[in-house]
Design a protein. Structure first.
Length: 95
């Protein structure tokens, strides 16, 4: 099996939040995320980033990191496996 990282989905989410939702520039977004504007620019150009930066982006986006990964391939018994996109469930408090 193989794990695929979807950098295009991360890029889309970052640009959507930065440009459409917040209407802020690259430098301001990078400061809010906690990375450099050069690093954010690379990500927005679909270049890979390190794990720490990826985690910071997920925190800023308020999304789970699993959203950007997909598992595909064949199991040892030959059955093709494709992990579905993670589902969101309503949060319930336990009192």
């Amino acid at each position: 099996m193989e794990t695929i990282f979807n950098i295009k989905e991360l890029r889309k989410d970052l640009v959507t939040k930065r440009v459409i939702e917040l209407n802020i520039g690259l430098r301001e977004a990078a400061t809010l995320i906690g990375t450099s504007s050069a690093t954010l620019s690379r990500i927005e150009n679909a270049k890979l980033c390190d794990v720490e930066t990826f985690a910071k982006c997920c925190i800023w986006l308020e999304t789970k990191s699993e959203k950007y990964f997909r598992i595909v391939g064949k199991r040892q018994d030959g059955i093709t496996f494709k992990k579905k996109e993670p589902q969101s469930f309503p949060h319930h408090s336990i009192d």
